[in-house]
Design a protein around this ligand. Structure first.
Ligand code: 5GP
Length: 234
């Protein structure tokens, strides 16, 4: 956790969702580069790895049977099927981050985000919207292998857009640096939220109250001494 003088006494998951092509993954990467109080949640998935992706770092690439076993043993905080493949967040990711005192950052789809909000009510969720225009051409280009891939990609994008209003925060990702600045501002604000600082707030306020009480006693004694000096009894 950063030493910013905030009172937060427990960490929380930060969920980032948004349609394909919203720049979510790049934003998450930049956010993690900037801050040391965050830890990326490595998802388990049944999809094949893409060039450059590292097993256990970008994703945990699993056979379907292994994924299903993990899920059936109740080891997943949430899971969803996206484009025919299974994706899920292991509960141990969250436990590990909590133990280490860092916030877990989840780059997941809207179905998963819903499940996390239910399972972990103090999670912070942000929906990233792509800017208008270029986004759709990018999405079209990406899904152009076959008409059915494109159709599926567009349908998912439409469904995901419809979920924007369910999130705590929504950002239009016009500029990567600005978007990440805003995510950081959200994190900073969350760390001062009264509902989040709980025990730490009580502890800190009690100490201040004790100091006030001691100062009050001193003030009364001072006043009494002054009154004795002047003979004024009021
Ligand atoms: P991709 O295959 O392009 O990396 O990811 C496809 C979608 O699955 C993205 O929206 C990504 O955020 C989402 N995703 C990645 N990991 C998880 C996960 O653990 N759970 C859920 N529900 N979605 C995930």
């Amino acid at each position: 956790m950063r030493d910013t003088g905030v009172l937060i006494d427990h960490t929380y998951p930060l969920v980032l969702a948004g349609p394909s092509g919203s720049g979510k993954t790049t934003a998450v990467r930049e956010l993690l580069r900037r801050r040391s109080d965050l830890r990326f949640s490595v998802s388990a998935t049944t999809r094949a790895s893409r060039p450059g992706e590292r097993d256990g770092i970008d994703y945990l690439f699993l056979e379907r049977a292994d994924f299903e076993r993990m899920r059936d043993r109740g080891e997943l905080l949430e899971w969803a099927e996206v484009h025919g493949e299974l994706y899920g967040t292991r509960s141990e990711n969250l436990e590990g981050a909590r133990a280490e005192g860092v916030h877990l950052v989840l780059d997941i789809d809207v179905q998963g985000a819903r499940l996390v909000r239910v399972a972990v009510p103090d999670a912070v969720s942000i929906f990233l919207l792509p800017p208008r225009g270029a986004w759709l051409s990018r999405l079209r280009a990406r899904g152009s292998e076959t008409p059915s891939t494109l159709r599926r990609r567009l349908r998912t994008a439409a469904e995901e857009l419809g979920a924007a209003g369910e999130f705590d925060y929504v950002l239009v990702n016009e500029d990567l640096g600005e978007t990440v600045d805003r995510v950081e501002a959200i994190l900073d604000a969350e760390e001062s939220r009264v509902g989040r600082v709980g025990n730490e707030l009580n502890r800190f306020v009690s100490m201040l109250e004790m100091e006030v009480a001691a100062a009050q006693t001193e003030a009364v004694e001072g006043e009494e001494a002054e009154n004795e000096g002047t003979g004024d009894t009021q």
